[in-house]
Design a protein around this ligand. Structure first.
Ligand SMILES: Cc1cc2nc3c(=O)[nH]c(=O)nc-3n(C[C@H](O)[C@H](O)[C@H](O)COP(=O)(O)OP(=O)(O)OC[C@H]3O[C@@H](n4cnc5c(N)ncnc54)[C@H](O)[C@@H]3O)c2cc1C
Length: 417
């Protein structure tokens, strides 16, 4: 039966994919949209997007994603809902002298995806020496000896939590949208054969059931908790996100610095203009939390795995040595859903009528926030996934995959804690 604007649609997970999907569906005139999220507020503490900032850039090894990211950047720059949360400070991407070959190869491919693209004409500057770094980012006064890469002006960062909050506020005012927070969805059932789907929900005060014609699962890294059959296709992986507190004077000195990513070490952003917090995240292949072969996020994530503090201090020593000993604050592990090929999964679940997943962000989906919900709407309206790479892929083993742009190897938290 073709979808109509009056079909009831339940979005489980009001994070990045979930809010964007609600926004695009409501804008297109769908009138019965309910969002359920386990958090008591949006952004939920468990959302990967609940973060001071995220990188917004369009270089990808794969031109398909480069084009999508360009369309997202156009929205970040011009749509009044998103533009207040976007700063186009540029992106300084490179490798330290000690970087492994794999990291250098990946960087060369990223650059190739954009250097001849007309959108990037006059936007890219090669960085081959310490003086080249100084020319584009004079405030970075660390050694950076032998650091090479490039500076891309058509990029920057989104204030991620703020953007999620704005879209949440906009979406709940849109006709036909109902948002229920503090709802932990714990089960998923087909009701009497074909009359829609039902989800079972735990709340602080008891249990509820919601039914809908269509259920869209946008639970990010937690999806396998509810849909174990996807557990082979996605692996929950986490990385440390931490900050140092700068004084107002120190923050001004770093205002407008590009997002700086030394592929082999990690990345950091300009200090937040409200709070003076400077966010840092070390590189690596991430940490899993395996149980019975499936990795899902931990509930409590405010810890720093052994070795990660030293990795953060290395980033500071290389780029901003005057802050190398500053205490780390607001540290947490942030979880994403990795797939074997880093492709998103946006599709109907086979053999489960009316059940859709939008997941597999693989750590690179926040930048797509303004546009990703449109891909989910397209899927619902076409009734099938025409984009082959986003289909449900039985047999893909995300856990065994090696991701080209990540250095090191994935470790399970049970090995290090
Ligand atoms: C360390 C790190 C750094 C990143 N940096 C970048 C970057 O710089 N640029 C970029 O583009 N992307 C980045 N990403 C990726 C980006 O954050 C994710 O791709 C994106 O946020 C994933 O969105 P999602 O909707 O799939 O999941 P989420 O945003 O995590 O949303 C999932 C939602 O489901 C809810 N939920 C979970 N379980 C239940 C349940 N049982 N019942 C109800 N609700 C539930 C959660 O509360 C949450 O709100 C990064 C990711 C990580 C981990």
């Amino acid at each position: 039966m073709p979808l109509t604007k009056d079909n009831s649609i339940l979005i489980v997970g009001g994070g990045t994919f979930g809010l964007s999907t609600a926004y695009h569906l409501a804008q297109a005139g769908y009138t019965k949209i309910t969002i359920l999220d386990k958090g008591d507020s949006i952004p939920s503490p468990l959302s990967a997007g609940n973060d001071l900032n995220k990188i917004v850039r369009a270089e990808y090894e794969d031109p398909f994603y480069a084009e999508l990211a360009l369309s997202a950047i156009a929205e970040w720059a011009s749509n009044p809902l998103f533009a207040p949360h976007y700063s186009q400070v540029g992106y300084l991407l490179g490798n330290s002298a000690a970087a492994p070959e794999k990291s250098k190869r990946s960087l060369a491919k990223s650059l190739a995806s954009i250097e001849r693209h007309p959108a990037f004409a006059k936007q890219i500057t090669a960085i081959n020496s310490r003086d080249d770094v100084r020319a584009v980012a004079p405030a970075l006064d660390g050694p950076m000896d032998g650091w090479t890469g490039y500076f891309n002006r058509l990029a920057g960062y989104a204030r991620a939590a703020d953007a999620l909050r704005s879209v949440y506020v906009a979406v709940k005012e849109m006709p036909g949208v109902d948002v229920r927070l503090g709802r932990t969805v714990v089960s998923l059932n087909h009701e009497d054969g074909n009359a829609g789907l039902a989800v079972g929900v735990n709340t602080a005060s008891g249990k509820e059931t919601y039914t809908a014609d269509l259920v869209i699962l946008t639970l990010g890294a937690s999806l396998a908790n509810l849909l174990p059959s996807i557990g082979q296709q996605i692996t929950a992986k986490s990385w440390l996100i931490t900050h140092i507190q700068l004084t107002a004077e120190e923050a001004v000195q770093l205002e407008g610095i590009p997002v700086t990513y030394s592929r082999d070490l990690g990345f950091f952003f300009e200090p937040d203009r409200q709070t003076g917090l400077l966010k840092i995240s070390p590189s690596g292949a991430g940490f899993t939390n395996r149980n019975n072969g499936i990795s899902v996020p931990l509930e409590k994530n405010d810890f720093v795995p052994p070795g990660e503090e030293e990795a953060v201090r290395n980033i500071l020593r290389e780029h901003l040595p005057r802050f190398a000993d500053r205490p780390l604050v607001n540290s947490k592990m942030c979880w994403c859903a990795d797939t074997a090929d880093s492709e998103y999964i946006i599709d109907f679940v086979p053999e489960r009528k009316g059940l859709v997943v939008a997941t597999g962000d693989s750590g690179h989906a926040f930048k797509m926030f303004p546009v990703m919900g449109g891909w989910v709407r397209d899927l619902l309206e076409k009734g099938q996934q025409d984009v082959a790479r986003w289909r449900w892929k039985e047999g893909n083993d995300a856990a065994a995959a090696e991701v080209s742009w990540r250095v090191g190897s994935t470790r399970d938290l049970s090995e290090v804690l």
